[in-house]
Ligand binder design. Structure first.
Ligand code: MN3
Length: 198
């Protein structure tokens, strides 16, 4: 097998009550696992078996739809789990300074990010990305991401939020806005700082 499911860094119930244990279990052990398995099937016997997931994703226009969907799904979920942590963390002062320089205030940043997640029709992701020294909010459809050469808005992902119904439907049903609001309680701000390079 070329690709494997990375270990989840926390217990399924670690993000309760904001993200429930059942959703976490199914999302990680079924959905994420399926992206990895289907990616392995899609690259079997091709040169891509020997490439890193990042190498594949950044040149995704050269691959099939199956590689795009499942390679994106595999990369996005690993990135997403690493963006999450049990409650209690606060954004650092250096992060807040960068956010204020780019979006006026943290509240305004949250509003714009939530809007990106809320207005992404159907399934997809909301992103905070870095373009040179600028921070930008965007969203992508399906399992696309801002690293992909086909992305409308490209950049280095700093924070990503899965807005597929499978990410929230068991607990929040049709209330995507409530899921978006809950997300802010379980962000791994240490990891976000690391991605921003301090
Ligand atoms: Mn998902």
């Amino acid at each position: 097998m070329a690709f494997t499911l990375p270990a989840l860094g926390f217990a399924y119930d670690a993000l309760e009550p904001y993200i429930d244990a059942k959703t976490m279990e199914i999302h990680y052990s079924k959905h994420h696992q399926a992206y990895v398995d289907n990616l392995n099937k899609a690259v079997a016997g091709s040169a891509a078996e020997n490439f890193s997931l990042e190498e594949i994703v950044t040149k995704i226009s050269q691959y099939s739809a199956a590689v795009r969907n499942n390679g994106g799904g595999a990369w996005n979920h690993t990135f997403f789990w690493q963006s999450l942590a049990a409650t209690g963390q606060q954004p650092s002062t250096s992060f807040l300074a960068k956010i204020e320089a780019n979006f006026q205030s943290f509240d305004n940043f949250k509003t714009l990010f939530n809007q990106a997640g809320l207005t992404r029709f159907g399934s997809g992701w909301a992103w905070l990305i870095k373009q040179d020294n600028k921070l930008v909010i965007s969203s992508t459809p399906n399992q696309d991401n801002p690293l992909m050469d086909i992305a409308e808005v490209k950049g280095t992902p700093i924070l990503g939020l899965d807005v597929w119904e499978h990410a929230y439907y068991l607990k929040y049903q049709n209330r995507r806005a409530d899921y978006l609001a809950a997300f802010w309680n379980v962000i791994n701000w240490t990891k976000i700082d690391e991605r921003l390079g301090g």
